[in-house]
Design a protein around this ligand. Structure first.
Ligand code: SF4
Ligand code: SF4
Length: 270
């Protein structure tokens, strides 16, 4: 393994992984020219997928991918926080608990027993949580996976002492600016753009597909109006609830919306 020699002229950066699929790390590896630009701004000292291994290094900026899903994750995130000047959560897992957080809202029972031959070997917490539930976080970059240019822009801003741009506006605003034909209005597709944060470039609607919330909730998402809109499209109530139970279900706004919409109408009236 390569042992990087610290270059004192540049701020140092580490990329850590907790419980996740490594997709956000793959985005960093695939940055191409932007990765070269990044390496001019910082010295990357720990990034296992790039062959740099120094997990205990003290760094200026730590990027953390993955949710807190195991006792080992809980221990490691506290160590990472203690060794980092600034900590950035990257991706839906680190920002909301990820798809693993489906177990937070579903009655999943003994799921390890249903999946693994020897469930006793699985050391998993009852809930999957975002990084900010355990330690302070300077910045969250949402997405499944993150958007690479958003990461580079955020790092460049932070290194210059400028607050990074907020991407909490609703996806519809970006989608309309890009001139996409609205799949919700024109085709009655259950697009979640009205409650989802921007940052992806309205990728799915640009290809004629509805958004399924992978960048998490926008600021002040009106999940009640969104649910009523989906009901108006003809979705059964249960499916309305399911639209909030995707990759970002661990985000409180979507957890509450899922719980609110899955209540059968009879029970709600009583
Ligand atoms: S396609 Fe989706 S994201 Fe785009 S404007 Fe319509 S509802 Fe909003
Ligand atoms: S349009 Fe929605 S689901 Fe598609 S990439 Fe963007 S945030 Fe994710």
């Amino acid at each position: 393994m390569n042992k990087p020699i610290p270059d004192r002229k540049k701020p140092t950066l580490a990329v850590h992984k907790l419980t996740s699929c490594s997709g956000c790390q793959a985005v960093i590896l695939n940055l191409a020219d932007d990765l070269l630009a990044l390496s001019r701004l910082v010295q990357i000292v720990h990034f296992v997928e790039a062959g740099l291994v120094a997990p205990e290094a003290q760094v200026d900026i730590a990027l953390v991918e993955g949710s807190i899903s195991t006792p080992a994750d809980e221990q490691r995130i506290r160590q990472i926080r203690a060794r980092s000047r600034q900590l950035i959560s990257i991706g839906a897992c680190a920002c909301s608990g990820g798809v693993q957080a489906l177990r937070n809202v579903r009655d999943s029972g003994n799921w390890p027993g249903a999946v693994y031959a020897d469930a006793a070997r699985i050391d998993s917490l009852a809930q999957s949580r975002p990084v900010q539930d355990l330690v302070p976080v300077e910045l969250e970059l949402w997405g499944c996976p993150i958007e690479g240019r958003q990461l580079v822009a955020a790092l460049a801003a932070l290194l210059r002492g400028i607050p990074p741009l907020s991407h909490s506006e609703k996806l519809c605003q970006q989608c309309k600016r890009l001139g996409n034909i609205c799949v919700l209005v024109s085709r009655g597709e259950p697009c979640m753009g009205p409650v989802t944060r921007t940052g992806c470039g309205a990728l799915c609607p640009a290809f004629g597909a509805p958004c399924y919330t992978c960048f998490g909730p926008a600021e002040q998402p009106n999940t009640e109006a969104m649910g009523l809109c989906l009901l108006g499209l003809g979705l059964p109530r249960r499916q309305v609830a399911e639209r909030f139970a995707s990759i970002s279900v661990g985000a409180p706004d979507f957890t509450q919306a899922y719980r609110r919409w899955r209540i059968p109408v009879r029970e709600e009236k009583s």
